[in-house]
Every structure is written in structure tokens, then in C-alpha cells.
Unconditional design. Structure first.
Lengths: 130, 291
């Protein structure tokens, strides 16, 4: 007790995950990975493509996200994202499909540097899961 | 008076209509359940999004340089109205209520000398508006092919709106949709999404200090387009729940009316049947008497 806080992950369609007993969450924030523990200062930040790691007493869970916003306040961590998958459930064919799409996007010329950076990130993360 | 045969046919036809409306009611009820569920499940996301934006805009020190999506262009000459309706009919006053609300807003705008541009989402709205406001409609979107409201569609709409905003094609954007209250009541809503109106609760004046990463401006610039998608998605969800609710109660009414009609026709049928029998009897008796 005492080390736990509440995590809520929502996507536009539904509340994706609700856990009351997480001890640490590592999120791929825009400027690097960020670990959040209890009593962290209130923060709002962006996510880039990466892996969210959720640690609780029952073990570790990993989720792949493409984008999102996190808000931490009063020991409530909310993660808003439109694309999130549990790595355990994600199928290999789907990863391949996403990789292929991401690669297609990098080949387009009109992409800005920021977009390219994000896609590169995505490819790297996807490869690491694969 | 209609002949017995005609009455019989009419009763049969009303009965089959009743069967159809009953089936439609059942279908709408099943769909309503699903639409309502997804509308409720979608609420946390849009609420959280709204919260974050409110907190962020409170934290913005430099209002002048705030992103345009938040502060507006500084003018209010050209209004863009996004009218969201259904793609199918037979849902009572659902579409007409939105259109009515939108039309009264349109006439208010034109009396103030503002310029009006319309985007219709859903083909029914387009059908009703194109007669009077046909020249004002710049875009018509329909999602006939997608079964349920999904975020992808909402993003398409919002991208288009943002693109137009960046080209300075309009100053203020309002969306019209039906908010789902319950099966019988749907409230047509007009919601301004650009520039964003943030309602700050006075009671919630707690001093929120946030750390931002990256800085506020950058977060806001990224977040505002997302918020527009979210708002539109919310409107779509509410709309689809409302549509099914409206259809369900409309079909319920229709079924009941058909039932009443069948009763009335049956009474008429029985009366004329009896009259025919009586007439025949009188004829036989008077024929026998005359012998």
C-alpha cells in the first residue's frame, strides 16, 4: 500500500483499461521515455509511438501506442489515445501490415521532418516488437 | 360504403404495414442499445480531452499568440455550419429537428449580414437543405457505407474543416447535431467548435499547476485538432444514438396507429357483413311472406 496510483486508458470508442493498483508506468513521452511513480507532479505531455509499460503487483503489462496525451494529476494518470494495443494480443500479421504502411509513408516526399521522425520511431518500435 | 372485399383487402394491407413497422422498431431497439453503449463509452474520452484543454488554456499566459483554433481569427464574418443528420429516413422528427434548429440559426446569421457556408453530413440533411440553401452548401459528406460511427470518419471530417480554416475560408465553425437524452427526447444542439469555447467552472478554481512537456503552445497546437475530431466524433455518436431512438419511437407510434386502424376497419367490416346478412334475411322472409 501507499505506492499505488490509478491508471485509466481511454480511446475514443471506450474506456480501454482501468487499474487502481499500478506502481509505475513508463510512457514514451515526446522528449524521451518517462517513468511515473506515485505523487509525481501534475503533468501533461504527448506520446510518440512506443511502448507503455505498466507495473503493478500482478506483474508487468506492455501496450503499443501510436500517439496520445497523458495527464497526471492527484495520483490519477489518464492516457488518451486513439490507437493502443496490448502487445500480447497483437498479431504478427498486423504488425507487418503496420510496418508496411509506415514504410510507404516515409517514401512520400511531402512529409515534414516531424512526421518523418514520428514514422521512423514507429518503424523502430514495431521492429522491436516483431 | 366500401364493399366487403375492399375492406378485407385494406385490413390485410394495414396489417402487413404494421408488421413492417414492428420489425423496424425491433431493429431500431437493438441498434439503439449498441449506439447508446458506444455513446456512453465515448464520453470519458471527450470529457478528459475537454478537461485537459481547459486546464491548458488557463495556463496560457500569452493570449495574443495562442493558436488560432483556440482564439479565432479575430473576425466573425464567415460562418461555417456543419449540419449532421442521418442517412436514412423513417425516424420521426429526427432530421427535421436539426434542420429547423439550423435554419433558424441561418436566418439569424443572414439578418446580421454574415456570410454562410454549409457542410452537410448525412444525405437527409442535404436533401432538405439544398432547396433553400443549395448555393451555400460547399461540401456534402455521407457515411452510408460505414456501419457504425467510427473515429476514422470523424477524423476525415475534422481534417477537412481544419484545412478550410487554415485557408481562412471561414472564421467561426458551429456543428449541429441531436443530443441523446432518452428514447423519446433528443435535443438539437448547436455547438461552436472553432474558436473553441472553454467553459470554466467557477467552483473549480483550484490552482492547477502543471508541468508541460513540451511547452504549452506546442501541446495546444497538437491537441486542438484532435479535440475537434473528438467533438465531431462525440456528435456522431450522440447522433446515431438519437437516430435509433427517434426511429424506435416513431415506429412504435406507427405500429400503434396501424393497430387502431385495423380495429376500426374490422368493426366496419363486421358491421357491413352483418348488414348484408340482415338484408338477405329480410329478402328471404319478405319473399316467403308474399307467397
Amino acid at each position: 500500500m501507499g505506492e499505488e496510483f490509478k491508471l485509466e486508458v481511454v480511446n475514443p470508442e471506450k474506456s480501454f483499461l482501468l487499474k487502481e493498483d499500478v506502481t509505475e508506468v513508463v510512457v514514451p513521452a515526446f522528449e524521451g521515455e518517462m517513468g511515473i511513480l506515485k505523487d509525481h507532479i501534475s503533468i501533461i505531455s504527448f506520446l510518440k509511438p512506443g511502448i507503455i509499460k505498466v507495473y503493478s503487483k500482478t506483474g508487468e503489462e506492455k501496450y503499443y501506442v501510436e500517439d496520445g496525451i497523458i495527464e497526471f494529476k492527484d495520483n490519477n494518470l489518464s492516457i488518451l489515445t486513439s490507437s493502443i494495443f496490448n502487445i500480447k494480443d497483437i498479431e504478427k500479421s498486423k504488425i507487418d501490415e503496420m510496418l508496411r504502411k509506415a514504410k510507404e509513408e516515409t517514401n512520400r516526399d511531402n512529409a515534414s521532418d516531424q512526421v518523418k521522425f514520428l514514422i521512423d520511431q514507429k518503424i523502430e518500435v514495431l521492429k522491436s516488437i516483431n | 360504403m366500401a364493399s366487403l372485399d375492399d375492406l378485407k383487402k385494406r385490413i390485410a394491407s394495414v396489417k402487413s404495414t404494421q408488421k413492417i413497422t414492428k420489425a423496424m422498431k425491433m431493429v431500431a431497439a437493438a441498434k439503439l442499445k449498441r449506439a447508446q453503449d458506444s455513446a456512453e463509452k465515448g464520453r470519458p474520452y471527450s470529457e478528459k480531452m475537454n478537461n485537459i484543454i481547459v486546464n491548458l488554456s488557463k495556463g496560457i499566459s500569452d493570449k495574443e499568440n495562442a493558436p488560432k483554433l483556440l482564439s479565432g481569427t479575430g473576425k466573425d464574418q464567415i460562418h461555417l455550419c456543419v449540419v449532421m443528420t442521418s442517412d436514412r429516413g423513417l425516424c420521426g422528427g429526427f432530421n427535421s429537428n436539426i434542420i429547423k434548429k439550423a435554419k433558424s440559426y441561418f436566418s439569424k446569421l443572414s439578418s446580421e449580414g454574415k456570410e454562410l457556408k454549409i457542410i452537410t453530413v448525412g444525405s437527409k440533411g442535404n436533401d432538405q437543405l439544398k432547396r433553400v440553401f443549395g448555393d451555400k452548401i460547399i461540401e456534402n459528406i455521407s457515411f452510408k457505407n460505414s456501419k457504425n460511427a467510427n473515429f476514422f470518419d470523424a477524423e476525415k471530417v475534422s481534417k477537412m474543416i481544419i484545412e478550410k480554416f487554415q485557408k481562412e475560408e471561414f472564421d467561426i465553425c458551429t456543428i449541429f447535431f441531436n443530443q441523446f437524452k432518452n428514447v423519446i427526447t433528443q435535443i438539437p444542439q448547436a455547438q461552436q467548435i472553432i474558436p473553441l469555447k472553454t467553459e470554466t467552472d467557477d467552483k473549480d478554481k483550484s490552482e492547477d499547476y502543471y508541468e508541460f512537456e513540451p511547452d504549452e503552445d506546442e501541446i495546444l497546437t497538437n491537441l486542438l485538432p484532435k479535440n475537434i475530431s473528438t467533438q465531431i466524433f462525440k456528435a456522431m455518436l450522440e447522433n446515431s444514438a438519437s437516430e435509433q431512438g427517434a426511429r424506435m419511437s416513431a415506429m412504435d407510434n406507427a405500429t400503434r396507429n396501424a393497430g387502431e386502424m385495423v380495429d376500426k376497419l374490422t368493426i366496419e367490416y363486421n358491421r357491413s357483413r352483418q348488414a348484408a346478412i340482415t338484408k338477405e334475411l329480410i329478402e328471404i322472409i319478405s319473399g316467403a311472406e308474399s307467397l
